[in-house]
Write a protein that binds this ligand. Sequence first.
Ligand code: MV4
Length: 509
Amino acid sequence: MFSKILIANRGEIAVRIIRVCQEMGIRTVAVYSDADADALHTMLADESVPIGPPPPGQSYLRGDRIIETALRLGCDAIHPGYGFLSENADFAEAVQRAGLTWIGPGPAAMRTMGSKTSARAAMTAAGVPVVPGYQESQADADLLAAAHRMGFPVLVKATAGGGGKGMRIVHDPADLPAALGSARREAANAFGDDRIYLEKLVPNARHIEFQVLGDHHGNAVHLFERECSVQRRHQKIVEETPSPLLDDDLRRRMGEAAVAAVRAVGYVNAGTLEFLVDPATRQFYFLEMNTRLQVEHPITEQVVGVDLVKLQIRIAAGEPIPFRQEDLSQRRHAIECRIYAEDPANGFLPSIGKVLRAVEPVGPGVRVDAGITTGDEVTVHYDPMIAKLIALGEDRDDAIRKMDWALRHYVILGVTTNIPFLRAVINHEAFRRGEATTQFVDRYFADWRPPQADPPDLVLAAAALSELLESATLRAAPLAVGAAAPSAAAGGDPYSPWRSLVGFRVGQG
Ligand code: MV4
């Protein structure tokens, strides 16, 4: 087993990885940008090393500096988390060339899946159903002919893409040439690669993905599905498992396809196969494979009873997967809500500033994976996702009720969050019925505005306490002892109630 791991990431996922390393007795090295000198991950790691200015291109994407840091500090391995360098095959290869272990799949599998067309080819060869499409030529005339054969509407997608970048829906043949041009321009800008391909549109699709694991000994398993149909602008908001759409037969067939995919590309470590499911025909189609740990991995952990980050580390260290497919099952129902520092009343613009108070909900079946705490700064430099709330219930209704309770009791003051939006989503009748498709947010929440919600109990308690203290401080003031004493007790925090409480106590005495 490794003795020291460098975590090439920040935020909640860096914290998650550091905690499991602590549990496993592995020392940790954090890297941080100038914006994260006081961040949670920087504080929690055994050693922390600055790697550059706030823009990711000058810090968290500086693979050369990260590898140099890992070597200098005597690390055995690098965990990339998600985002940043996690799906960069050149970086994975550089890590390995430096004599370090890459906690992720091999660079060859990363490259096969990184190109959406080579992934489609590999999956077709493995007998995994892919969406009908065309990827044999880049010439407009060939693409137009193929679209006519396939039938409209079609989707134009970027070969280097993923996540909806460079994607265009085309209903009318006359619009195809313009869509090809704009998709190529967007792809060239985003990926430095203007190649595109066509897929037939799967209408009202559900997004269902399968978690997989492969090891260095030829073992491959799936850990069932996650449904992620609730997205806004290709950003996932709510994920759950089991999917309310699947029955045992469809689940078994999709799981077998996922394992076949792992075996076909010799995939090692944790990965996710994304599928679209047509609810009308119950046909499933491979969409793409993500060669990393996913944001929404905790719901699988809660329902299957595994620790995916621990498994990633053990597999990278050469250990076999410690269970067989037939040992795995889904128990209970888990939902994840992603908490973003953004303002739903203001076009979901990022909300930045100091987190004045963060109080996490705690209780049976409630898990919080957070990257921020009271006093932290949310900046413009990084993803606005500041925490994930995970509820585990006896069944789906129980999980939804528990999530609603947890959302009501998550206090985040100082930055605006999407918590009211999340409550509206999970309480919407279409979601309650388990019928949300990938069109759900556009269809029902296009004009959504936050209600004037009742303040959470903790805020009311804080307001009441504040009033009490203010009147107490006024009574204490004539004694004139409140001025010198508070600063030490308040620890320099201007918002600390102890600042006035000290005066209160002295005043009473
Ligand atoms: C599709 C599709 C329907 N048919 N492909 C969007 C992001 C990228 N990963 C793939 N996406 C889609 N591809 C075909 N052939 C619908 C979407 C899609 C979508 C997929 C998953 C979750 C949310 C979505 C929202 C809009 C469109």
